[in-house]
Design a protein around this ligand. Structure first.
Ligand code: NAD
Length: 457
């Protein structure tokens, strides 16, 4: 039997050794899911929706306990764990409200005895390989619309959020989703890789670019739907007409929320030279108020770094920036253990020769670069291999719209940041990935649109 050790990243303590899957158990679950899927697809949508409604009720009634499990295994501050679970409710409501209208059969032509229709049929069996940073969000963005549209799901939570993954599966099963239809497979990359060997109809992945590339390579010879939701290096531009204090408060939160471990964390800030110094002062002032502490304490804002190896990435970005002339304004080093801790860190005088302006930091680290025009800001924002989100702070809506229209990013923000809406598609340019989740497109993506040409005899 394989086991997976789950550690608390805030203390280093072993929480539990979980029974994990291996290639044989993954294959067994895949066969069972394949066999069970047609019957699940034949269940009326209203009944599948009732399962998700019961799942929602369980999340509400068990919210505090579920938040604590997530906090203990990921180091996410407890208030943010509760926020994630409360935010999930809105996503579930959206999927419940929109599944029927967005997947109803559409008659698109009906003349002279000829009828044309589009029918949404389930893909079949889908694999969901997931990340740890928002395990409820990224897991349920796939699992819930996939189940509602009649698919069976093989779900591999991250090895850093497996207790949460097991809870998601437990609550869905208790809500009436058959165990074979939604099977959780537990383990690390080897188990994810075993999942790709199965006869699946779709692979929906959330995680790093490096793993996304391996998955694309593994699936390369097979004509299976592939979605990859990957990293980002999300930029924001603060114009000279913005209010420095308001923009700084918003962007400090956008950069450091969830200890900077969000795919859409603000990772680069460009500030017009006329407002640069005032903005930097305000941002550092805000960051210095962020309380670093036990993730289980209500007033903690900066929690633990979930994966220990990320500490070395952060240290290397700091050393590279210092070596190339950036000015360290606060933070800059790991904090003593036990557990994985890094100080909230702010740099000014950065440039694009530095790793911290090019590669995902995925930690409480932000660089601020001075620019002298809108054109220069756009040029820097687009100087990246990523393209998940981008933002502009200015009171001038027309200016913001003109700027954001030029930026290559899946989501753009005016006077806000680090924001995801269930009503809007979540997608990226370049190395931020392929395909999308959320919105009505993120429901339809779990279906095949089947074309019906019907001529009356
Ligand atoms: P990761 O790539 O290390 O792991 C993701 C998942 O892939 C895990 O479940 C892991 O076990 C599995 N895996 C690893 N090797 C595999 C292999 N060879 N075959 C199959 N599966 C394998 O990523 P992570 O550390 O869990 O997540 C952090 C990354 O995710 C960041 O880059 C972040 O930006 C990104 N992310 C993106 C979004 C988005 O919506 N675009 C959302 C959340 C996180």
């Amino acid at each position: 039997m394989q086991t997976l050790d789950i550690h608390n990243p805030a203390t280093g303590e072993l929480i539990i050794s979980l029974q994990a899957d291996d290639a044989a158990s993954v294959a067994h679950k895949a066969q069972a899911a394949r066999a069970a899927q047609p019957q699940w697809a034949a269940v009326p949508l209203a009944e599948r929706m009732a399962c998700i409604q019961r799942f929602r009720s369980s999340v509400v009634s068990q919210l505090d306990a579920l938040a604590l499990i997530m906090t203990r295994e990921t180091g996410k501050p407890i208030g943010m764990s509760r926020n994630e679970l409360n935010g999930l409710l809105g996503r579930l409501d959206f999927f419940l409200a929109q599944c029927a209208p967005s997947t109803a059969t559409q008659t698109v032509f009906d003349e002279g005895g000829m009828t044309e229709q589009i029918q949404h049929i389930p893909l079949g069996l889908v694999a969901n390989i997931s990340a740890w940073n928002y395990p409820w969000f990224v897991g349920c963005n796939v699992i819930v619309p996939a189940l509602l549209t009649g698919n069976a799901v093989l779900y591999k939570p991250s090895e850093f959020a497996s207790l949460t993954g097991v809870e998601i599966a437990r609550l869905l099963h208790e809500a009436g989703v058959p165990k074979a239809v939604m099977a959780c497979v537990v383990g690390a990359g080897d188990v994810g890789s075993a999942l790709l060997d199965q006869d699946v109809d779709g692979v929906f992945f959330t995680g790093s670019v490096a793993t996304g590339a391996k998955i694309a390579q593994a699936m390369g010879q097979r004509f299976v739907k592939l979605q990859l939701e990957l990293g980002g290096k999300d930029p924001t531009y603060v114009c000279e007409d913005a209010d420095a204090a308001t923009a700084a408060a918003s962007l400090a939160d956008g950069a450091m929320y969830n200890t900077g471990q969000s795919c859409c964390s603000v990772e680069r800030i460009y500030v017009h030279e006329k407002i640069h110094d005032a903005f930097v002062t305000e941002l550092v002032k805000t960051v210095k108020t962020f309380k670093v502490g036990s993730p289980e304490a209500d007033d903690t804002y900066i929690g633990a770094i979930t994966r220990a190896p990320q500490l070395a990435v952060l240290e290397a970005q700091v050393a590279d920036a210092v070596g190339k002339g950036a000015i360290l304004l606060t933070g800059g080093k790991r904090l003593p253990g036990p557990g994985n801790w890094f100080e909230p860190t702010v740099f000014s005088h950065v440039n694009h020769s530095m790793e911290l302006m090019r590669e995902e930091s995925f930690g409480p680290l932000i660089g601020i670069q001075k620019v002298s025009s809108d054109a220069e800001a756009v040029r820097f924002m687009n100087d990246t291999r990523y393209g998940l989100t981008a933002g502009v702070y200015t009171p001038d809506e027309v200016r913001a719209r003109v700027l954001l229209a030029q930026v290559n990013a899946g989501s753009v923000y005016w006077n806000c940041c680090d924001r995801v809406s269930p009503r809007l598609p979540w997608s990226g340019y370049g190395d931020s990935g392929l395909g999308l989740t959320l919105s009505t497109y993120g429901i339809q993506t779990f279906t095949r649109p089947k074309a019906w040409h019907l001529r009356k005899a």
